[in-house]
Design a protein around this ligand. Sequence first.
Ligand code: NAD
Length: 251
Amino acid sequence: NGRVQGKVAVVSGAAQGIGAVFAQALAREGASVVVVDVSDTAPCVQAITDAGGKALGIKADITSNADLEALVKQAEAAFGPIQILVNNASLFAKLELKPFFQMTEEEWDRVMTVNARGTFQACKAVLPSMMKAGGGKIVNIASGTVYYGPPGMAHYTASKGAVVALTRSISRELGDKNIQVNAINPGLTESEGLKGNHQFDVARGPTVASRAIKREMTPEDMVGTLLYLCSQDSDFVTGQCLNVDGGKINT
Ligand code: NAD
């Protein structure tokens, strides 16, 4: 049996990149996976079903309560109540880096709305379903940038700081509902989206050099931690943020 055998999992931002790898890993370990994104989810769903897994693709924006409501309904109709929510959707790989004093309030609001408010909204939308299921796991994908604060990403680092704080805060409210809420702080990860973004080229060498484990990081490097946080192995662990970054100095 897989580590999340028979569970119903929702992964947001799973059309590609880290989210798609997470969705496929959960399916491989026995979960029925709802693949959510504003972009085309068909390739990820296809990859899961080709491998013999169960998946449903839903086009939804995590900042829209109407989309989230419809998503929960469709997920429940297809597979039953939701037991795992991976909040991975965010504005990241396509972000334009710039100094904070050149950043507009509109740019700030856009990033905060998707990354912080969207995560909050998705948690709220899925909660009744998880309570129906008798409990569950929420895993928020934050970022190691919260601690080392790279330049050019003030809106992004602030939004992920909010995700870390949200994780800790709502874990206290959901303990008695048998719902554990944890986060992963990834280091710089060679996701599909990031590969096309040359702004990060200068960060690669220094980032690898700053790690205890001196190599580039891939989405697969986080799969073990994700499965741990989604499985019963972590039933007494909540409100925690795990850095998965090869042992970067200063995090
Ligand atoms: P990415 O930008 O390539 O993918 C994000 C996905 O989220 C995209 O498929 C996008 O369409 C989707 N999305 C964006 N807004 C959405 C919305 N409103 N509703 C639904 N879907 C939406 O990012 P990635 O590199 O695959 O990273 C995945 C997660 O890991 C993100 O939360 C990111 O912030 C975090 N992270 C990534 C790195 C890295 O180096 N790659 C490092 C730290 C944290």
